[in-house]
Design a protein around this ligand. Structure first.
Ligand code: GTP
Ligand code: MG
Length: 562
């Protein structure tokens, strides 16, 4: 416990230390290279406040295009790596991480640095095998001979994976209130700025491959990488945007005009499948680090799935997925409006994952996206709403925000300052308990969740759980959820609501605990324990329901009263 807490504090302090470290390390050779040391700021500078979603993504994309991913030799030092690389151009940012070897993400001040690096890099000399001569921004720093500095200093490695559940439970138990526990859970699990930078870099590397076939295409990130709700270890959702190819969707002039000759296909879907098939092939054949490429082209939303080994990301590449991008923007906007959105979403998603309500394997279970919708709807439904409805966001939009995708009106306001809501001061502890209460009594059998209106409506179809897709009204985002999974969700909500009301919802007193002894799990930590699922009768998927612990105790109390 003490060790993990120490590691956490180090991790949280790490950003400031990194800044100091850059200043210390870079000063001599930045000076030599004639660059401004002040420009070498930490990746975690909080300069993002007030930016629109699109501006923020564009800025990150641009930084990724000036970056390289480098596999470093063993026993190297930050100073040596930076000293060597800054010969090619001023380095703005950098960090190191471990993924079956040490990697460095190096962001140059300009793309010239990458050009110089490419000119200097050589092709690998491999015996008995041949290499595909496709040059990318994934490089290996090799060393000849033995340097007396080798092993003299260790690298500061930034973790890119999530904390084990048991450590998380211990860490939460050490907090003093439920509100603090939600803060702690979120800051422990959320994507770090370094991880986000790595995600954008991988996206940029993949775009270089796709660009070999479609030079003007863009690969964009969507999903939890950009919606503000991503956890370390989350997948990388990418989509190939061919609409950026100039001339697409342009109005035809009158009179003479030129048109490209192009191959024809039976439908947009066929085009998407063909394009993804070729890009998938390119990734498999030419992209270093991309392994296990699977083309899942007959899915409702065709995709190419693969692992990017140097980053450890599981990637899903789709095409023509602008609605999903808009959904990501919506969740980002809502999570920026009120910080309680993120704390609740992180807590509910973690709770659901630990109790097996969600899974990385597709199936009849609820998805993280649907869980986020449940949180949003709950916050819209408070007596004093904490979040506006989608219709309200549309009504506040300016003409520049107008967005129609495949005949669906996806317009939402981009200027957060236009959104004014009555103040709501409910604590996180209250909201979490009320969330579980709300969904343990929700009339799922009759009612649908509609975040566009911020109101429940009669269900238009017989699916056990109906959550209207925010931008495609006729779609149910949780149509995959079966009755058993919904029952498990409701049972766990009921049990968790009961535990937060009647159970250990205050930190246990220090009395009786020896020095250095961890506290028994309480509050949110208690909700993450397997005992909650066991008490709710949902320990394993598909297991027979048992009477809820809360129900058992209620019955007992009634018996005593008689
Ligand atoms: P994690 O990857 O689990 O962290 O969350 P995520 O939000 O990235 O979810 P996921 O990878 O499953 O999906 C990626 C994105 O696709 C979501 O954020 C949504 O924007 C979108 N998405 C997923 N499922 C649906 C759906 O059923 N309907 C719509 N419209 N969009 C969806
Ligand atoms: Mg995702």
């Amino acid at each position: 416990m003490a060790a993990s807490m120490g590691a956490s504090r180090l991790h949280m302090r790490g950003n400031g230390q990194l800044l100091k470290c850059f200043q210390r390390i870079l000063t001599p050779f930045q000076r030599r290279a004639g660059t401004n040391v002040a420009a070498c700021h930490s990746l975690t500078d909080h300069q993002d406040v007030g930016k629109t979603f699109l501006a923020l993504q564009e800025e990150r994309r641009e930084r990724a295009q000036r970056s390289v991913l480098i596999s470093c030799p063993p026993k190297t030092t930050e100073k040596k790596v930076l000293k060597y690389l800054s010969k090619y151009g001023a380095v703005n940012n950098c960090f190191f991480y471990d993924s079956f070897g040490t990697y460095a993400v190096i962001e140059f001040a300009s793309r010239d640095g990458i050009c110089s690096l490419h000119e200097a890099a050589s092709l690998p000399s491999i015996q008995y095998e041949a290499s595909v001569p496709f040059k990318t921004r994934l490089l290996t720093l090799k060393s000849t001979g033995v340097d007396p500095l080798d092993g003299a200093a260790s690298l500061r490695l930034h973790p890119q994976t999530s904390m084990p559940v048991n450590d998380l439970i211990q860490r939460l138990s050490a907090e003093e209130s439920i509100d603090q526990q939600l803060h702690c859970l979120t800051s422990t699990l959320e994507l770090t700025n370094e991880n986000i930078a790595l995600r954008f870099l991988v996206c940029s590397l993949l775009q270089d491959i796709a660009g070999a076939f479609f030079p003007e295409c863009t690969i964009r990130l969507f999903g939890s990488t950009v919606n503000g709700l991503g956890k370390l270890g989350a997948d990388l959702d990418l989509f190939l945007d061919l609409d950026t190819i100039s001339g697409r969707n342009m109005k035809r002039p009158s009179g003479l005009f030129l048109e490209y000759q192009m191959k024809r296909a039976a439908s947009e879907r066929t085009v998407t499948q063909n394009v993804l098939s070729v890009v998938g092939e390119g990734l498999e054949q030419f992209a270093p680090g991309c392994v296990g490429v699977q083309k899942i082209l007959n899915a409702r939303c065709p995709l190419v799935r693969f692992s990017h080994q140097p980053s450890g990301f599981q990637c899903d590449l789709t095409a023509n997925n602008r609605v999903a991008m808009k959904s990501s923007e919506l969740l980002w906007l809502l999570s920026q409006l009120d910080e309680r959105v993120r704390y609740l979403v992180f807590t509910v998603r973690s709770w659901a994952r630990i109790h097996g309500l969600t899974s990385s394997i597709p199936g009849a279970w609820i998805t993280n996206f649907s869980l986020s919708m449940l949180v949003v709807f709950f916050l819209q439904s408070r007596p004093t709403p904490i979040l506006p409805s989608l219709d309200q966001l549309r009504d506040l939009a300016s003409p520049a925000d107008k967005c129609v995708i495949e005949e669906n009106d996806c317009t939402i306001v981009s200027d957060l300052s236009k959104i004014q809501l009555e103040p709501n001061t409910e604590s996180l502890a209250t909201l979490l308990q009320e969330f579980f209460e709300f969904y343990s009594t929700f009339a799922f059998n009759r009612m649908s969740i509609n975040i566009r209106k911020g109101k429940q409506q009669n269900k238009p179809e017989a699916a056990p759980l109906h959550i209207q897709n925010p931008f495609e009204a006729e779609h149910n985002v949780s149509r995959n959820v079966n009755a058993t999974q919904l029952e498990r969700l409701v049972a766990l909500c009921r049990e968790s609501a009961w535990q937060l009301t009647h159970g250990a919802n205050l930190p246990p007193s220090a009395a009786g605990i020896g020095a250095g002894q961890p506290r028994a799990p309480w509050g949110v930590a208690g909700l993450l324990m397997p005992a909650v699922a066991a008490a709710a009768g949902v320990k394993g998927r598909g297991k027979k329901k048992r009477q809820l612990a809360s129900d058992r105790i209620k019955t007992l109390l009634q018996t005593l009263k008689k």
